[in-house]
Design a protein around this ligand. Structure first.
Ligand code: NDP
Ligand code: 2IT
Length: 444
């Protein structure tokens, strides 16, 4: 397999899907050598079967807004790979959602889920519907309308959706409610559910907590303590909030948060008390991060991202391609020591090259944000046995899983000079598991 040629041929077949091609290129470049040590892979055309999703559902969703107008949105579910378990992955509601973005996310999810060691295949879904500015009733009607089509394609042993951008506890609740009504069964077909109806303790916290656990493992390879470290966090949603919470618990100092309008910089650090305000602002009031600056009298920068601020660690937790080459250079010039990705593919290829050239501790999202889906896997286990585990038990399992992913990255990603290439490590470890499962199951 020649990674460049495969990407070129995919470019011809899917010319309008830049995010998908970007994600594929990163993985293929890092697994090329290992893949070519297995001629049986090439004979089975494993690479095309692994890059192209098993199937994609595309459909129109119609719903009625509060003024009585009939609205339409495009909606999708990409079922990428089922070789190691039922399809599993979140649902994104955001105006930018298109097939390229969902295909990149489903592709990444396949390797991420393999890394968790739990039996989950890869999928992603979503719609160009934006919950922002919509009433609660409009969100509910949209979720129900989306499920009217989606429900027949999912199930506890088929495909188990969860949250992602624009989809949190509220949206999962509405979607699960509609699912169980249509399917006439109560099963663990969604994760991220409310605690009263089968949700798992620690699932809301898991992505952010897991990312910080992973960061601590990276720092430990250089004997660095997280205590007192100044951190730049982007986003202000689920992942950003619980990233801040774990940073605060471990004595680190989060300085920034952002949303699509701008970022806040709090030189005194975001404390637990201020974070509780952010949780309420975002989860209940559904306000903008600018309001934090107004309340606490700190800096707010409109239309910018926080990467120009000076700190020790960056934890991008908003969206894809939010750190470009120029941002990465600023971070390196300002003396950053580690970048731990909470979001999926937040760094462009140019940014990754700059981080790796500077020999930073740099972890790709598929390794360091895997705690979210891993805890979804634990929610599935609890639902199957109709039991709920304590938060201590779930958190201990999450810690163990993150430590295991880190160890696998070290195993497959350590370069001759001792530098740990976490991108390479995560891609090879995830790929090998899925590849072996596909080979064993024949050409299907
Ligand atoms: P939320 O919807 O809870 O929060 C998203 C945050 O990112 C918001 O602050 C949002 O601001 C901001 N944001 C979204 N899109 C953009 C954009 N185009 N430009 C700038 N800011 C943007 O989502 P999550 O916290 O769940 O997800 C954040 C990232 O983490 C995503 O990349 C997601 O794929 C990834 N992830 C999530 C997991 C989970 O369990 N939830 C698990 C693993 C990864 P605004 O309000 O202005 O839109
Ligand atoms: O990107 C991700 O891993 C998620 N949005 C979580 C997926 C899940 O099924 O919990």
């Amino acid at each position: 397999m020649n990674a460049k040629n495969v990407v070129e041929s995919l470019k011809k077949r899917f010319p309008n899907e830049p995010e998908y091609l970007q994600a594929v290129q990163e993985v293929l470049e890092s697994i090329e050598d290992v893949y070519n040590q297995h001629p049986e892979f090439e004979k089975a055309n494993l690479i095309e079967r692994l890059c192209i999703p098993d199937r994609i559902f595309t459909f129109r969703v119609s719903w009625v807004d509060d003024k009585g107008n009939v609205q339409t949105n495009m909606a999708y579910r990409v079922q990428h790979n089922m070789a190691i378990g039922p399809y599993k992955g979140g649902i994104r509601f955001h105006s930018s959602v298109n097939l390229s973005i969902l295909k990149f996310l489903a592709f990444e999810q396949t390797f991420k889920n393999a890394l968790t060691t739990l039996p989950m295949g890869g999928a992603k879904g979503g719609s160009d519907f934006s919950p922002r500015g919509k009433s609660n009733n409009e969100v509910m009607r949209f979720c129900q309308a989306y499920l009217l089509e989606l429900w027949r394609h999912i199930g506890p042993d088929t495909d188990v959706p969860a949250g992602d951008i624009g989809v949190g506890a509220r949206e999962v609740g509405y979607m699960f409610g509609m699912y169980r009504k249509l399917a006439h069964e109560f099963t663990g077909t969604f994760t991220g559910k409310g605690l009263e109806f089968g949700g798992s303790l620690i699932r809301p916290e898991a992505t952010g907590y897991g990312n910080v656990y992973f960061l601590c493992s990276m720092l430990a390879t250089r004997g660095i303590d997280i205590k007192g470290k100044k951190c730049l966090v982007s986003g202000s949603g689920n992942v950003a909030q619980y990233t801040c919470e774990k940073l605060i618990q471990l004595g680190a100092i989060p300085l920034t948060l952002s949303d699509s309008n701008g970022y806040i910089y709090d030189p005194d650090g975001i404390t637990q008390e201020k974070l509780e305000y952010v949780k309420d602002l975002k989860q209940v009031q559904r306000g903008r991060i600018r309001e934090y600056a107004e309340k606490y009298g700190c800096k707010y920068v409109e239309g910018a991202r926080p990467w120009g601020e000076k700190a020790d660690i960056a934890l991008p937790s908003a969206t894809q391609n939010e750190i470009n080459g120029a941002d990465a250079q600023k971070l390196v010039d300002n003396g950053i020591i580690a970048v731990a990705e909470g979001a999926n593919m937040p760094s462009t290829p140019e940014a990754i090259a700059i981080f790796q050239k500077a020999k930073l501790l740099y972890s790709p999202g598929k390794a360091s944000n895997a705690g979210g889906v891993a805890t979804s896997g634990l929610e599935m286990s609890q639902n199957s046995e109709r039991l709920s585990w304590s938060s201590e038990e779930v958190d201990a399992k999450l810690k163990g899983i993150m430590a295991n992913i880190h160890a696998n990255c070290v195993k497959y990603g350590t370069e001759p000079d001792g530098y740990i290439n976490y991108v390479k490590g995560a891609n090879i470890a995830g790929f090998m598991k899925v590849a072996k499962a596909m080979m064993a199951q024949g050409i299907i």
